[in-house]
Design a protein around this ligand. Sequence first.
Ligand code: ZN
Ligand code: ZN
Length: 404
Amino acid sequence: MLTVNQRNYRAPRQPTVVVCVDGCEPDYLALAVAGGHMPWLKRVLVEGTGLIADCVVPSFTNPNNLSIVTGAPPSVHGICGNFIYDAATGTEVMMNDPKWLRAPSLLAALADAGHSVAVVTAKDKLRRLLGHGMRGICFSSEKADQATQAEHGITGVVDLVRMPVPDVYSAELSEFVFAAGVQLMRTRKPDVMYLSTTDYVQHKHAPGTPGANAFCAMMDRYLGELDAQGCVVVLTADHGMNSKVGLDGRPDVIYLQDWFDRAIGPGKARVILPITDPYVVHHGALGSYATVYLPPELAAGPITSQLLALRGMEVVLDREAAARRFELPPDRIGDLVCVSERFTVLGTSRERHDLSGLDAPLRSHGGISEQRVPLIVNRTLPGLDPNRRLRNFDAFDLALNHAQ
Ligand code: ZN
Ligand code: ZN
């Protein structure tokens, strides 16, 4: 028995794989299964367990991946975006550095307890956070050719996987993760493995389309291979994904910095979009979640009702209310948290968003509308309370405490 972040886990008795499929809106799977593209999953939904869970809001990649590996919300682990305003230094910074982490991961604890652990991520930005404090194998497909024994616990990844290192904007970046997972399980047999893909395909292709179905079929083949090797397989997602356009097919955007500049004066408020990262081509840094730092003389109250009146705005909460409702670290979310609706995204200033890289109608995430994610296990789960609100960060609880 292992206790991590006040939750108990049993030791794995079968090889255990948790897969986080980036941006996997449940519809991707439902339509691919219905269309005959996922024979393995179709069988698992009959013989195993197919559930829907809630992810963490903001429905972004880093907060949710960290929640899954710590079994806890951002109020515990501290990672509440890809990008934040560091009030201490007055700068806007990436949250990729492990110095932002406030809790240990279950992966590190399992390794400390003597279990072999392997982690493969698509993008390198997640690797250091996920692998922090963990002894074992941890590398990204993005930099698979640079993996060293000292830093990543493995060398010769490209030869092992027998795939060239993919382009960072490609479906193959995620396929490499699955292919590596299958080869690692075959050759190294880790006790526990965590695989995390990227949502390049999901940002471009809607559920049920040929591009989406091809991705699902690819995933199904690799998951079937892991299953055939006797693994407990849990599939979940960091967040869903929705179309974010108006009737004209163009992004439906509330430019919040422009709005504040008009409402209270230029540059008085600071709008932060925690979806921002160095890879914004496929979403133009537009998501359904923003935080706002207000000037000290301004109370959140009256502004809140004005913002809520904007078409497409779903929720506006002050710091304390947002921290409570979404289980966020209050010291890292500014004075206001804004969440837009299903079809609408939040931007800063119109001229700060380069939408020229968008070659398909905008699909994105970040809001409450992207909170529902699949939680699928290739086993039955005796003893699971049917009335429990499941979260994607219950994945390891189901895998270790119920599935074995
Ligand atoms: Zn994601
Ligand atoms: Zn994304």
